[in-house]
Design a protein. Sequence first.
Length: 244
Amino acid sequence: MIETISLREIYGILKNKMRLILAITIAIMMSTALISYYLITPIYQTSTQLLISQKQSEMIIDSQSIDIDLQLVGTYSEIIKSPIILDQVVSQLELDMSYQEIKGKVNVEFAENSQLLNIFVTDPDPAVAVGIANKIAEVFETEIMELMNIDNVSILSPAVVLENQIPVSPNPPLNILLSAIVGLVIGATIAMILRYLDTTIRVEEDVTDLLGLPVLGAISPMNDEEDIPVNEPIAFKRREEQEW
């Protein structure tokens, strides 16, 4: 037999366990805040921008050369992350990292039908990220002339170190918000589990649902005033008269 539950019952269970749910949610939020602010190393991101455009000797826009540049943008983005570029960056900057490590820090993006290449570099030290980004641009600008025999790369916007730069990760406010949602879900789930693991009979419906027996009667709750019969003082007085 499949047990069903109404929305009113769910609301009642969650309402009765609200303190437990809030306690779990607050605990998860506090743990997330501590981890985000004090345990996770902040990561900074910087970028440099390259322009892919062949140098024209005359002030004439050649549509064919522009089409060639647009076709080469995708190829250039792969060459930038290749060992021939990144290994030289590691060597020239004397970085203590392998090719795979520096490759994981570099990301190249370009928009469709755009002659701009954006090189993004992430690192715990913003100054190191800026140095890597600018060195990649310099090495690529030099090497591409030998590799492709085309002089069509120029540095449009080098990376710079910004004051009071905000890290890209972690994002404590977002992490705390997500942890609050997770905490509410976990708290509500635990509250529902505890309710259905509790076999205490509280109301008449529990007798019918659990035992399958009809309810013949129920004892109404009594307050303190109803515990003492009203005629008890009279009975005590009559008892005293009999003793005399």
